[in-house]
Ligand binder design. Structure first.
Ligand SMILES: Cc1cc2nc3c(=O)[nH]c(=O)nc-3n(C[C@H](O)[C@H](O)[C@H](O)COP(=O)(O)OP(=O)(O)OC[C@H]3O[C@@H](n4cnc5c(N)ncnc54)[C@H](O)[C@@H]3O)c2cc1C
Length: 373
């Protein structure tokens, strides 16, 4: 990284750290309890210019490299994983518009990304892990497409204004279209009552014969699954970053508690059983950071990053749940209490064993790559 770029990245990280400490961390427990962001909080994210970190300057973005952005997401997740996941969903979608979008589409939409949230919509009741099962249809009508279908469990569903939507054409080819919530026929369905990441809105979008201009197609007809997979790969890097932040939070709680609590006259941190747990959490946190940073570097340098990104999310999600359990055990009775956030960190981390591809699907992808190389 050039010196100037390094300085800009370190300013970004300082700003995100301060924003997280001042605005997000103090509300972390409230966000979890209420199951939403408090009024006005999201506006502060917009006002601080946090929605355009990844975008090139020509679209009004700050043009940060993906590793710098991932680090910013990591720092944010130490204070609140929900907001970090909201940004993850937004950034992975912008990446697909940048990579596959028509120039007219990019000029119209990416320039609005400073104040509008984007989301990627693939899952349906008939197709989660297996997207070929989706029922959403795109029917050609002159130069336009008519989109009809129902997407569920969409990160930022209800909060986002722009949705990339995976659909099937009449001849069963997969394609992705950009749909705007202002288009006639668009509506929101139910918001999920998920057990973790309770601030992140995850909901349903309903598309009833929405007329979408031809240039809203991403890439080509038939490229839908490739674009969906690419979105997963980009998201998994950022989820590795979120999980690193969660483990850092778990570590902080365990370390702080072990210093102030005594077993008779001995501080907890002097006990080997406690040291083992603290060291396990520290190692897992470090491993996940190395994985997501390595995947980001591969992406930046134009190399294949899908495998390492899958490792970052697959390893990181399982580790963050296990580390949450170890941190809970360091605090024992207090760890089991809602007075401390550990139980909600475990619930937050648990979502990432499912979202952006289940760990079972990723085990398959990672193993097959090993077998076939
Ligand atoms: C917090 C959260 C956010 C989400 N955000 C989005 C989003 O932004 N956009 C979006 O499109 N979707 C989103 N999803 C949906 C998510 O992508 C799906 O839940 C996920 O793909 C799994 O699909 P499913 O829930 O239908 O489970 P299923 O596909 O029904 O899987 C059920 C079980 O069977 C296993 N299984 C299924 N098929 C296979 C297979 N071929 N090989 C091995 N195991 C298999 C799974 O691993 C799982 O254990 C989100 C989900 C969550 C929890």
């Amino acid at each position: 990284m050039e010196n100037q770029e390094k300085m800009a990245a370190s300013m970004l990280h300082r700003m995100v750290r301060e924003f997280t400490e001042n605005e997000l961390a103090p509300l972390d427990m409230e966000i979890d309890a209420q199951g939403d962001y408090p009024q006005g909080l999201f506006q502060k994210v917009i006002d601080n210019g946090l929605l355009t970190m990844t975008l090139p300057r020509e679209y009004g973005g700050a043009g940060f490299s993906y590793d710098s952005v991932a680090k910013a997401i990591h720092l944010m997740a130490i204070g609140n994983a929900s907001m970090a996941v909201t940004l993850e969903g937004h950034f992975k979608t912008l990446e697909q518009l940048l990579k596959y979008g028509d120039q007219r589409l990019k000029d119209e939409y990416l320039t609005s990304a400073a104040h509008r949230i984007f989301a990627f919509s693939q899952t349906e009741s008939s197709g989660g892990s297996n997207p070929r099962g989706i029922a959403t249809r795109a029917v050609k009508s002159g130069d336009d497409w008519i989109i009809t279908g129902d997407k569920i469990m969409i990160t930022n569903g209800g909060l986002a204004q722009v949705y990339c939507v995976l659909a099937k054409t009449e001849d069963d080819q997969m394609a992705v279209f950009v749909v705007d919530q202002d288009m006639p026929g668009f509506s929101f369905g139910k918001r999920e009552d998920f057990i973790g990441l309770r601030g992140t809105p995850v909901g349903e979008i309903v598309m009833d014969h929405i007329k979408v201009p031809g240039y809203h197609l991403l890439g080509q007809i038939g490229q839908g699954l490739e674009i969906g997979n690419n979105a997963h790969d980009d998201a998994r890097i950022l989820m590795g970053a979120v999980l690193t932040g969660i483990m850092e939070h778990e570590l902080q709680i365990a370390v702080d508690y072990s210093k102030q609590r005594k077993a008779l006259d001995t501080p907890l941190y002097e006990l080997q059983t406690i040291q083992e747990k603290i060291s396990e959490i520290a190692i897992a946190r470090q491993n996940t950071e190395l994985l997501y940073q390595h995947a980001a570097q591969l992406k930046i340098t134009g190399q294949s990053y899908a495998q390492v990104a899958a490792m970052a999310k697959s390893y990181g999600s399982r580790a963050a749940v296990r580390c949450g359990d170890m941190a809970l055990q360091v605090l024992a009775g207090y760890g089991y209490s809602r007075e401390y956030p550990i139980e909600h960190l475990i619930r937050d981390a648990r979502a990432m064993e499912i979202a952006e591809g289940t760990v079972e699907r990723m085990s398959g992808e990672i193993a097959l790559k090993q077998v076939n190389q």
